[in-house]
Design a protein around this ligand. Structure first.
Ligand code: SAM
Length: 161
């Protein structure tokens, strides 16, 4: 029962994947990274990016606010032989220390958040991450691109200009 429900949810998400482009992009980004990373995946949803992230992660910590999603995620984590830890948490107030992770990965979160919350989450991502930031953002035009560029430079001081 669980398995078929998990598979059902995964199929739904994959179908909704505008996402061949997103998969190719994430694959390319991950392909350029070194291995052995500690990766924080927020929000993890049902964990659909773990097959890609696990190519470079020695450990994935996966956080989502929704217990419903986490039920599926915990089932899916079993396929990753202990290398994925699943926790409930809020991206605005992550239960981790400063610079605790090599990389943060965040897909399809920001578009759901109001602007002031986006700022706080971005700052929180910058706090817990020490090296790599992979965050999907909606960029409509040059103005929103510039806006995010500045915001990212403020939130992630470790990133090059
Ligand atoms: C569209 S799903 C994306 C999940 C996953 N990143 C993916 O690409 O499949 C959005 C997720 O954000 C989670 N979420 C919404 N607000 C959150 C918050 N403040 N903190 C953590 N997770 C949140 C929801 O529970 C949901 O699982």
């Amino acid at each position: 029962m669980w398995r078929s429900r998990v598979r059902g949810a995964g199929d739904q998400l994959s179908a909704h994947m505008e996402i061949p482009l997103a998969v190719d992009t994430v694959r390319k980004i991950v392909g350029d990274l070194p291995g052995g990373l500690t990766v924080l995946d927020v929000p993890c949803g049902i964990g659909r990016w773990w097959p890609e992230l696990s190519k470079v992660a020695q450990k994935i910590v996966a956080v989502d606010i929704s217990e419903g999603m986490l039920g599926y995620a915990r089932e899916c984590a079993k396929a990753f032989a202990g290398s994925v830890e699943v926790l409930q948490g809020d991206s605005e107030k992550l239960p981790f220390g400063d610079a605790e992770f090599d990389m943060i990965f965040s897909f399809a979160l920001f578009k759901h958040l109001p602007r002031p919350v986006q700022y706080r989450v971005m700052a929180e991502f910058g706090r817990v991450t020490k090296r790599y930031v992979v965050v999907a953002l909606g960029v409509m035009n040059h103005a929103t691109y510039e806006f995010w560029r500045r915001r990212i430079a403020e939130s992630f001081p470790m990133m090059p200009e």
